[in-house]
Design a protein around this ligand. Structure first.
Ligand code: 5GP
Length: 118
C-alpha cells in the first residue's frame, strides 16, 4: 500500500481494475505501454509489489528484483525495438515522479535529447 493506504494506479493495473496495454507479465513484474508516450517505444516496467516507492528503496530492499527488472527491460527492447534503450527512474517529485510505486520508463526508438527527462 502507498502512504495513504490506497492501492497505487499500477497495483490497480496489476489487478486488472484499470485497463492497460500489457506487453509482459510474470509473477513479479508487469510491463505496459505508458498512457502518454514520450518516445516511439515507451513502456513502464513495474515490480508488482508496491513495497518500494522508488529505485533507491528497491535497490536496498530487493536487489535481485531490480536486476530482474533491468533484464526484462532488455528483453522488451529486443522484442519491441532494436535492443537499445534508455531506462529512467524518476525519483522524487522535483525529478518528475508522480506515481510512488517504483517503475522504470523504458524508452526506445529514435530518442532526442528532449526525452532525457522523459
Ligand atoms: P512518473 O512521472 O511517476 O515517473 O511516471 C508515471 C507514468 O505513469 C507517467 O509517464 C504517466 O503517463 C503514466 N501513467 C499514469 N497513469 C497511468 C495509467 O493509468 N495507465 C498507464 N498506462 N500509464 C499511466
Amino acid at each position: 500500500m502507498s502512504a495513504n493506504d490506497e492501492p497505487s494506479i499500477f497495483t490497480r493495473i496489476v489487478a486488472r481494475e484499470v485497463p492497460a496495454d500489457v506487453v509482459f507479465e510474470n509473477d513479479r513484474i508487469i510491463a505496459f505501454r505508458d498512457i502518454a508516450p514520450k518516445a516511439p517505444l515507451h513502456l513502464l516496467v513495474v515490480p508488482k509489489t508496491e513495497a518500494y516507492r522508488n529505485v533507491t528503496e528497491l535497490a536496498a530492499g530487493d536487489p535481485a528484483l531490480l536486476a530482474e527488472l533491468v533484464a526484462t527491460a532488455q528483453q522488451l527492447a529486443d522484442e519491441h525495438s532494436d535492443g537499445e534503450f534508455r531506462l529512467v527512474f524518476n525519483t522524487g517529485p522535483s525529478a518528475g515522479q508522480t506515481v510512488f510505486h517504483v517503475h522504470a520508463h523504458l524508452l526506445g526508438g529514435q530518442l532526442s535529447e528532449g526525452t532525457l527527462g522523459h
